[in-house]
Design a protein around this ligand. Structure first.
Ligand code: PEP
Ligand code: MN
Length: 310
């Protein structure tokens, strides 16, 4: 891919790690969870405690909601940010929240540990530049009609302002299929790893729009090599003010986190077995065995299919 001066793959394939409040995205597997929208203090604090107890490393929640209709709930704004701040103080979880307007970047950044730029704003170039200037970690979601090249070029806008703390998030694209809200394009996980050094998360909530698909697609994303997940969780999804069909209950989230951990453990053991077998067959592969066992210990699982990449 041409012109990816700052986001393109590095020589030797080194990948970026974005450190946020002690969490190392790109190195450790990170699950960001929380409600679609911040609605009330009770809803947010209870959800935050539940996702933290289940193993989420960060709390998400929208205070500014980009909605299809101007009459739909638009988010609580500053009041929502203050609630997120309280949830952070109570749980210790860093906050991920969306910014939709260039004028809001600096003050929303005072509450957010990661500023999310949503699918609808992926190509809002002035917002990207402002996000770059802020120096804050940015979670850049894929636009629903965007190619990989367009997406990486949008990340390039942020890096070009001197901010290399960018995390990508695949959240599904519009296709002819209408059964699902979007078509979750998991092929972007290996594609991003092949073309860029930036970490990539997957959002199976917006990617499908359907609660029962969140589990299977989360596990598929792990298998594909994603650096983490962003999942919507609500204490009572049926009453949610936005996206009620794609939020998990805390109980379902907890069960999913256990399955994710089991899958990751299985993959780490396999990677270690493969590396050990290679080391026995060829002395030159010994390093790979050492690397696999140390990454299995540290929790990092990288390039399970590295052999297939040129
Ligand atoms: C969100 O994560 O709250 C959101 C609005 O997602 P997207 O921008 O992917 O639609
Ligand atoms: Mn949502």
């Amino acid at each position: 891919m041409n012109n990816l001066k700052l986001t393109g793959k590095k020589p030797g394939g080194a990948r970026s790690v974005v450190e946020v409040g002690g969490v190392r995205i790109g190195e450790e597997f990170v699950v960001i969870a929380g409600p679609c929208s911040v609605e009330t203090e009770e809803q947010t604090l209870r959800t935050a405690a539940a996702v933290r107890d289940a193993g989420a490393k960060m709390l998400r929640g929208g205070a500014f909601k980009p909605r299809t209709s101007p009459y739909a709930f638009q988010g609580l704004g500053l009041k929502g940010l203050k609630i997120l701040d309280k949830a952070k103080k109570e749980t210790g979880l860093p906050i991920v929240t969306e910014v939709v307007d260039t004028r809001d970047v600096s003050w929303v950044g005072e509450y957010a540990d990661i500023l999310q730029i949503g699918a609808r704003n992926m190509q809002n170039f002035s917002l990207l530049r402002e996000a770059g200037k802020s120096g804050k970690p940015i979670l850049l979601k894929r636009g629903m009609y965007s190619t990989l090249e367009e997406w990486l070029n949008c990340a390039e806008y942020i890096l070009a302002e001197g901010n290399d703390k960018v995390i990508l998030c695949e959240r599904g694209i519009r296709t002819f299929e209408t059964y699902t809200r979007n078509t979750l394009d998991l092929s972007m996980v290996p594609a991003v790893h092949a073309e860029s050094h930036l970490p990539i998360l997957v959002d199976p909530s917006h990617g499908t729009g359907i609660r029962y698909m969140i589990g299977p697609m989360s596990l598929s994303a792990v298998a594909a090599g994603a650096d983490g997940l962003e999942i919507e969780v609500h204490i009572d999804p049926s009453t949610a003010m936005s996206d009620k069909d794609q939020q998990l209950t805390p109980e379902a989230f907890k069960a999913l986190m256990l399955r994710i951990a089991a899958l990751r453990e299985f993959m780490a053991e396999r990677a270690m077995d493969d590396a050990n077998a290679n080391a026995r067959g060829a002395p030159a592969a010994k390093d790979a065995a050492t690397q696999a066992s140390s990454s299995a210990r540290s929790g990092a699982l990288r390039d399970p299919f590295a052999d297939a990449m040129d």
